[in-house]
Design a protein around this ligand. Sequence first.
Ligand SMILES: [Zn+2]
Length: 191
Amino acid sequence: MAKTKAQAKVKAVKPALVVDDAKQEESLEGTVLYNVPFPKDLKQLKGMAPIIIKHPYHIDYVHSYGQDSPFFAGLANKKLLATRCPKCGYTYATPKLHCMWDGAECNWVELPETGTIHCFTVCHFGSEEFLKETPFILALIEFEGANTRFLTRLIGFDPNQASLDWIGMKVKPKFKRLSKFKPTDVYFVPA
Ligand SMILES: [Zn+2]
């Protein structure tokens, strides 16, 4: 097909910013492998083993505590807060905006300075964040005047010497000095 006059003109005039032999800069990150085997016959690619690469992965989660925010402000001030229903008096040892029995809006109250171990478990496996800390102990703490329990880490107990004698033992909260505004800012130790 014959070129039109206009097409011929486009080819002839090279735009000013076009660079010949353009090349993206190489970096030494990631997987570098030279002389990767490659068959002449492309049909053989069907039998190729999978290439597996490894690279670091990072995500910043932005998460709002919303109505639970006062609980974390409490932890930063060495106070363990509970919530209490003004209507029926049911007391949650956790943040709770509305009572699950009657829907009334709960008020913030402070938990007693000590509690008792209701039950515990020794974790030999955990999520990525806690895996390096295994074995660790998670316990449900019971408080006088609270109807629900608080799930927390138990420190100062040997996870390899777990004993049923621990049930009912008096414990008290300890707060991390450098608050990360996470539930792990508080943990429990023998009182
Ligand atoms: Zn209620």
